[in-house]
Design a protein around this ligand. Structure first.
Ligand code: IMP
Ligand code: MG
Length: 190
């Protein structure tokens, strides 16, 4: 049975997490439309040929991964890795592999699924880990990109939504582990 009261609680104009206030920024409808556009591109590219291995970067990418994969009509595999670089609202620049990769990537075309690319430290490190483990190719697919913060050389092949250099939460993204469950994306209200 659908609980409409609960659905409303999770769609609000403003939220407070720990000491900070956030206001609505990207509604779920817009997120879904952007994911649909990325799915169409992937479906076109992988409709024939070798099936890729998706590697979803936990924790932030769980909602994006779930919604994207439901729209794919080619054979694919999914695996997970857990990396961490953020503390509070700032990237520390130091990437920690918190949960290692369970699937062999040797000889595979890998597509990394990220919630957000900010400084790019995470994808640079992950790209290196995957190539060291023998991946044939590594492509990056991210829900969100902060183009003003990203200064690395690795091409980001699939970007659903580009945003300014602001701190956001919701739809998988957190502020000190809170806020991941919201279906919309919220921005820090200074
Ligand atoms: P990067 O290594 O600086 O590109 O940061 C990547 C990771 O930091 C993302 O996968 C997120 O988990 C986290 N992150 C970056 N920007 C934000 C944000 O605005 N809100 C919440 N988490 C973020
Ligand atoms: Mg992430």
């Amino acid at each position: 049975m659908i609980n409409f009261a609960a659905a409303n609680i999770l769609s609000m104009e403003r939220i407070k997490l720990h000491d900070k206030e956030f206001r609505i920024f990207i509604p779920n409808e817009k997120i879904q439309q952007s994911i649909c556009d990325v799915a169409k591109r992937l479906n076109e590219k992988y409709k024939s040929g070798v099936s890729p291995l998706f590697i979803s970067v936990l924790n932030g990418s769980f909602m994006f991964t779930s919604d994207l994969l439901k729209l794919l009509d080619f054979q694919c595999e999914i695996s997970f890795i857990k990396l961490s670089s953020y503390s509070g609202t700032e990237s520390t620049g130091e990437i920690r592999e918190v949960l290692g990769l369970a699937s062999p990537v040797n000889g595979r075309d890998v597509i990394v699924l990220e919630d957000i690319v900010d400084t790019g430290n995470t994808i640079v490190e992950l790209n290196k880990i995957l190539l060291d483990k023998g991946a044939s190719s590594v492509s990056i697919c991210t829900l969100l990109l902060k183009p003003d913060a990203y200064k690395k050389d690795i091409a980001i092949e699939y970007v659903a939504i580009s945003i300014p250099n602001d701190f956001i939460v919701g739809y998988g993204l957190d502020y000190n582990e809170l806020g991941r469950q919201y279906k919309d994306i919220y921005v820090l209200d200074q």
